[in-house]
Design a protein around this ligand. Sequence first.
Ligand code: ADP
Ligand code: MG
Length: 486
Amino acid sequence: MTILETPKVQRDVDVVWQNCLKIIRDSISEQSYKTWFEPIIPGKLEGKKLTIQVPSQFFYEWLEENYVQLLRKALDYAIGREGMLEYSIIVDSGNQKKNEPPISINMPQQNPSAGRADGNGRADSHHTNEQVRNPFEMKDLDSLNLDSYLNPNYTFDNFVEGDCNRLARAAGFAVASKPGVTSFNPLMIYGGVGLGKTHLVQAIGNFMKNRAVNKFVLYVSSEKFTSQFINAIRNNSLQDFMNFYMQVDILIIDDVQFLSGKEKTQETFFHIFNHLHQSGKQIVMTSDRPPRELEGVEDRLLSRFKWGLTADLQTPDFETRIAIIQKKAQAEGISIAYEVIEYLAHSIDTNVRELEGVMISLLAQASLTRRDIDVELAKSTLRHLIKDSEKEVTIDTIIESVTEHFKVRIPDLKGKSRLREIVLPRQIAMYLAKELTNLSLKSIGYHFGGRDHSTVIHAIQTVNDLMDTDKDISGAVNKLLKVFRK
Ligand code: ADP
Ligand code: MG
């Protein structure tokens, strides 16, 4: 479409759209707002009809599917009941600006069969070049599962959804359903260790592989990519390497932070990336940090990362931890009492991998010792694991050291006593738990006889105040802190 409005008219459009955004911003999360509404450009206003420009067909579908009521509400507010909305789709989904010239790429050899993406993001993709050798078949690479490097155990079905991963999962699913066509290209998933990045992107790969038979899906870790690249140089087969990657329809590259500081590898990846992206192929990446924090990654590559969608995975909250434990138990075909699940979810708050590790040990313990899985067994398993990894800061070790120091008994500390000689150590233990672990107030309360989070807050405040006013207490607390912060 063309925009030929006079400035005044353009102003009206902007005002109307800003009014719409006011309503929208208040109704959805910051992340959703950024993802779905910031990229929209107000187009024109004809009478009561507002036209907005969206980056792709998929974007339009998503808005219609998920935000139609919200948009209605916004129009009611900004224009009135008769307000109407029309979409105009900007054809080139890759570029932000409509008139940006196509990115020029300078490659050793262009794959002649790859065409430019048209409006539907489709491109022809015959794999005619018989000469191309698969770098996975090149020397020193393991021969397992040569085709895609996908582990079929990672699926969407067994990826538990929660607030911590909702956007990433939804985007992943959208991409898997319509590779290359959504505005999520590239899709960049980031998050700390053990939070499910590999699981999620493998799920995308598996889903696509099962659906689209003639699509070439490839999963590769950035380390593997780097070592293949180095080998290709050594063996004079860089051409094969490039040609191979340029035939991929869906490239999943895991842990791109490993490309940091590897200039030549990045350069090559950059060419491959541009080629695939321009041919309407899907690229999915993961990283352990957001793109802006990737040090030693060239700016031009970073700006490419920003074309699509960046979605993060966060530490699972309590409810999601419960759901994950239940799902894993179910997958193992065992039933675990809810109180044990609750105990685990309250005690492990780092990441999903650790949660899984504890469950595996717990199951092993139970079957070795022929014991039922109960809270006691969970406790001792946890204690063993923690000893092994020499991370002795746990809620139980904190409680133990406090009770030793103040010469009180553990059941009293967790009990109901209101005697000052019990209350103070209890409050100090809660304070230490907050200082030394990542446990939530709710989880800390749970470990102290099921107290609620306001009691924990009160305890922390009391100790904070006493630390300023009472030398004995600040001395004791600091001494205990030192024990753990060696
Ligand atoms: P990362 O790649 O972020 O380090 P992984 O994808 O390897 O993490 O996940 C670690 C483990 O946790 C895997 O076994 C994975 O299956 C599991 N996991 C992570 N997130 C979830 C989830 N939301 N639901 C179920 N399992 C999960
Ligand atoms: Mg991983």
